[in-house]
Design a protein around this ligand. Structure first.
Ligand code: HEC
Length: 169
């Protein structure tokens, strides 16, 4: 390795480095030219972007100060649950009852099985309505309240009971 050889290498190396720096600056200038009209309007002032930023920089907690109007701090009231609509018996049965009563699972009286339903029909419709809505622990097993679908209205469950009773008469 001679000193002249080193010098030649150093010069070439610096030349390449310089060219790369020029290319990088050129690309940066080109990007500015392309984005100068669009970046502000399409990125920085985009409402979605603004909202995202506001969301990120929002304080994690708010302090209610006594003697001031703190109504803005009140947690949003949960939407009042819409009164459960009344649904027809067959539909409710297929949604909530067929899982057990369709095949007679776990002691459930099977749909249309007159032998299994006979003694139950004898209790009267009101009792069966009550047992279906509130749940019932009998000899055969446990009937969960509303078949587990407590979101359904009482009337919907009664419709399903009537639907099953009609099939067992
Ligand atoms: C997880 C299973 C299961 C689901 C779901 C289910 N039941 Fe039952 N149901 C039972 C069992 C088990 C019995 C029998 C309880 C006993 O007499 O020991 C029963 C009994 C009944 C009885 C008779 C109660 C009595 O007093 O003899 C009615 C009426 C009834 N179910 C209605 C319904 C209705 C309506 C639905 C749907 C909304 C439903 N069940 C969903 C398991 C279920």
């Amino acid at each position: 390795m001679s000193a002249a050889h080193d010098k030649k290498f150093f010069n070439t190396f610096m030349l390449v480095l310089g060219v790369l720096i020029l290319i990088a600056l050129g690309l940066w200038a080109l990007a500015r030219v392309v984005a100068v009209d669009t970046q502000e309007a399409n990125v920085h002032a985009d409402p979605a972007m603004q909202a995202a930023v506001n969301d990120r920089i929002a304080p994690v907690a708010k302090v209610a100060v006594s003697g001031q109007d703190n109504s803005a701090l009140a947690p949003a009231k949960p939407q009042a649950a819409a009164p459960a609509a009344e649904i027809g018996g067959e539909e409710v049965y297929n949604m909530a009852c067929v899982a057990c009563h369709g095949a007679g699972v776990a002691g459930a009286p099977k749909y249309g099985d007159k032998g299994a339903w006979g003694p139950r029909l004898a209790k009267g419709g009101d009792t069966l309505h009550k047992h279906a809505i509130e749940g019932f622990q009998g000899q055969a097993g446990f009937m969960p309240p509303k078949g587990g679908r407590v979101d359904l209205s009482d009337k919907s469950i009664m419709n399903a009971v009537d639907y099953m009773m009609a099939a067992a008469k």
